[in-house]
Design a protein. Structure first.
Length: 225
C-alpha cells in the first residue's frame, strides 16, 4: 500500500508475518512525506487489522485441534476484492486454503445435485465436463444425510466428501461408512466449542467460514514518532 501510493516512503519491518505479538509491540516504522503517511494511514490499518484478525482467529482454531490430523480449511466467504489477502492470512495462521475460486477444484453442492437430477447424474456430468474441457481437477461432493453418503459410495468418482450440517455423532458414523476411501470434510454449523468433537470423529478437514466472514480485527494504531 505504501509503495503503490508513494514509492519514496521507506518502511522498516521489525515483526514478520506470522509472529505472535503483545500490546505495545512495534510492527514497523515508515518514513517519508507526512501527507503520504496521513493519506495511507486508514487503508493500511484496515488491511493490517483485518488480516491480523483472520490469522489470529485461524491460529486459535488450529491450536484447538492440536494433536489431531484434522486440518482447518477456509471458504470462499471472503470480502469482495480482498480474497487473496484473506486467504494468505489464513495460511499465515496455520490454516489451509480450500478453493481460491471455481477454477481450482470442483465442489458439487446441494443445488448442483438437485438441478442435475441426483448424485449419480451430477458426478457423471462433472466427469463429462472435465473430459470435454481437458481439465484435471479434484471433485468434492456435498452430502446432506447418510442416504446421500451411501449413494456417493456406490457411484464413486470423487476425491472428497463434504458432510454438511452433520452432528458429531452422525459424523462418526459417516467416517465408518467411508472407511478411508475418500477424504472427508465437515462443514456447516460448527463452532469453536464443537470443532474438536468433529475432528475427533476422524474427518480430514473442517471448513470454517467464520475465519473470513465474522472476524474481529486486531487492535492497531499508527502513531507519529
Amino acid at each position: 500500500i505504501f509503495h503503490r501510493f508513494d514509492p519514496d516512503l521507506k518502511m522498516t519491518v521489525y515483526i514478520e508475518d506470522g509472529t505472535a505479538v503483545k500490546p505495545g509491540d512495534v510492527a514497523f516504522v515508515v518514513e517519508g512525506r507526512v501527507q503520504s503517511l496521513l493519506q495511507t494511514e486508514r487503508l493500511m490499518l484496515n488491511v493490517m487489522q483485518r488480516m491480523s484478525g483472520i490469522a489470529t482467529m485461524t491460529h486459535r482454531y488450529v491450536k484447538k485441534l492440536e494433536g489431531l490430523h484434522t486440518r482447518i480449511l477456509d471458504t470462499r466467504k471472503t470480502t469482495p476484492g480482498m480474497r487473496m489477502l484473506e486467504k494468505e492470512a489464513v495460511k499465515i495462521g496455520g490454516g489451509v486454503n480450500h478453493r481460491i475460486g471455481l477454477f481450482d477444484m470442483i465442489l458439487l453442492k446441494d443445488n448442483h445435485v438437485d438441478f442435475a437430477g441426483g448424485i449419480e447424474n451430477a458426478i457423471s456430468r462433472c466427469h463429462d465436463y472435465l473430459k470435454a474441457k481437458g481439465k484435471d481437477l479434484k471433485i468434492e461432493i456435498e452430502v446432506r444425510n447418510l442416504d446421500e453418503l451411501k449413494e456417493v459410495m456406490r457411484v464413486g468418482g470423487v476425491d472428497r466428501i463434504m458432510l454438511d450440517n452433520f452432528s458429531p455423532e452422525l459424523t462418526k458414523e459417516a467416517v465408518k461408512i467411508v472407511g478411508g476411501k475418500y477424504e472427508i470434510e465437515s462443514s456447516g454449523g460448527i463452532t469453536f466449542d464443537t470443532i474438536r468433537d468433529y475432528a475427533e470423529s476422524g474427518v480430514d478437514f473442517v471448513s470454517v467460514g467464520a475465519l473470513t466472514h465474522s472476524v474481529k480485527g486486531l487492535d492497531m494504531s499508527f502513531k507519529a514518532c
